[in-house]
Each structure stands twice: as structure tokens, then as C-alpha cells.
Design a binder for this molecule. Structure first.
Ligand code: SAM
Length: 240
């Protein structure tokens, strides 16, 4: 049982009924955290144009459309909410580069292993971490993301979660090579002042993430972008 209204409201982010209701009442479009345009430099840095891309928990975000407008040609979007998937299929029926499928990220058995070059997650792991059984759900999701990625494929996680709350989870779930970028929460295309950290420069990342606080100060007002590269060789060396 949760003790406050706020706690129970965020806990609902882990529930399908919550998202179905929300998408009935708020058809959007709406982008959590950041829009495509502000994250485009990161996509251009890490995602070659020929990658097959999977967007997990796409919602009614215009991110997929942004990818296609930027030259990506094979973008598959999944979400647990059938309401939003039907709406997005309808909206983008003339965009052959965009596909929408209802699917639970904890079980993506409809996709073969090693079948995507990139997986993009903006707010979906965060949602699973709000619900019941959050740790198990998050681990299942990360294992599925790892499975559908090709070796050296990249999982791009955009989150409000600082390294203290995400690094251990990522490292414990699978064998990733991890880099970290940050972007100001209120980043816009027309910036008036210099950013706290240059978007395309990785932030120094040590084992426990304390280097990030040294570089950016305590509680910086940023979203974190974890670049997690699937590395099969790390898996075999940790098993040796
Ligand atoms: C915070 S929203 C982010 C939406 C979108 N990625 C964006 O950036 O605007 C989280 C999304 O994850 C979806 N979701 C939650 N749990 C899921 C699950 N187990 N499998 C697939 N999608 C899920 C929700 O339906 C919702 O659309």
C-alpha cells in the first residue's frame, strides 16, 4: 500500500489501464522529457541511418516521425496500450517507414533475437520502475532489449534517473558498455545560454557514478541519456 496520493499516482505508471485511460482522454501528440529535435545530435552520433530501430513504449510521441524526417527508414514502435497503438497506426498509415505494434516490452517474443541495431527508450523503463514488482519488471525489460539487439547494437535510455539509481540496474541486468550524456531539462532548439554540459560530449563515468556529480554538481537539472552498447564478449568474460 502506498501512503500518499502522489505515490499512488506514479505507481499507476506501471499499469496498462492507466495508459489506456490517459490515451483515451489525451490523444496528444505529447513527448515526455525531450523532443526529437533536441536529441537529434545524439541520434546522429550513435545511430547509423541503416539501423533498424525499435522504439519501446512509444506512446503518442512524435519521436518516430522525427527519426523518419531525419532520414531513418525502418522504425518499429511498440507500446502496451492498444488504444495508443491503434491511434498511431491510423495517424501514420501513409508512412511506410513507421510501424506500430501492441506489445509488452517484458515479452517481445514476436521479434527474433539480434534483429535491431538500436533500441530507444524515453520514459518507459522509468514507468516500469514506478509500478509493483518494479525491479523484476525492469530486469525482464532490459533482458528483452538486450536479446533483440544485435551484438554492438545500442540501447539509448533517456531518463530522469541519475547514475546512482540506474547504473547498478543496467549493469546487473546485462553486459553493456555504458556511456553517459546529459541534456538540460528545458533544452530547446534556440538556446540563449551555454549548456551545463555539451550534449555530444560523454560525461566521465566511473564505476559508482560519483564522477558525474563531480563534473555536474549535486542534483543537476538534466535528463540523463545512457548509451548502452551490447557487448557479447563482456558476457563471456564475466562467465569465464
Ligand atoms: C512515460 S510514457 C513515454 C512515452 C514516449 N516514449 C515519450 O517519450 O513520450 C511511457 C510509455 O510506456 C508505455 N508502457 C508502460 N509499460 C509498458 C510495457 N510493459 N510495455 C510496453 N509499453 C509500456 C506506456 O503505455 C507509455 O506510452
Amino acid at each position: 500500500m502506498t501512503t500518499t496520493a502522489t505515490a499512488s499516482a506514479t505507481q499507476a505508471y506501471g499499469e496498462t489501464w492507466y495508459w489506456d485511460n490517459r490515451y483515451v482522454n489525451e490523444p496528444g501528440p505529447f513527448d515526455w522529457y525531450q523532443k526529437y529535435q533536441t536529441l537529434a545530435p545524439i541520434m546522429n552520433l550513435y545511430v547509423p541511418r541503416n539501423h533498424r530501430i525499435l522504439v519501446v513504449g512509444c506512446g503518442n510521441s512524435a519521436f518516430g516521425e522525427g527519426l523518419v524526417d531525419d532520414g531513418y527508414e525502418d522504425v518499429v514502435n511498440v507500446d502496451i496500450s492498444s488504444v495508443v497503438i491503434e491511434a498511431m497506426k491510423n495517424k501514420y498509415q501513409d508512412h511506410s517507414q513507421l510501424k506500430y505494434m501492441q506489445m509488452d516490452v517484458r515479452n517481445m517474443s514476436a521479434f527474433e533475437s539480434n534483429s535491431f541495431g538500436t533500441v530507444i527508450d524515453k520514459g518507459t523503463l522509468d514507468s516500469l520502475l514506478c509500478g509493483n514488482n518494479s525491479r523484476q519488471n525492469a530486469t525482464k525489460m532490459l533482458e528483452e532489449v538486450w536479446r533483440v539487439l544485435k551484438d554492438k547494437g545500442v540501447y539509448i535510455l533517456v531518463t530522469y534517473g541519475a547514475p546512482l539509481y540506474r547504473l547498478r540496474l543496467l549493469r546487473d541486468s546485462c553486459s553493456w558498455n555504458i556511456k553517459l550524456h546529459v541534456i538540460e531539462k528545458l533544452a530547446s532548439e534556440e538556446k540563449s545560454s551555454a549548456p551545463i554540459w555539451e550534449l555530444t560530449n560523454p560525461v566521465p563515468l566511473n564505476d559508482d557514478g560519483s564522477s558525474v556529480e563531480q563534473a555536474l554538481g549535486k542534483n543537476p537539472d538534466v535528463h540523463y541519456i545512457y548509451i548502452c552498447v551490447k557487448d557479447e564478449s563482456l558476457k563471456s568474460s564475466s562467465q569465464a
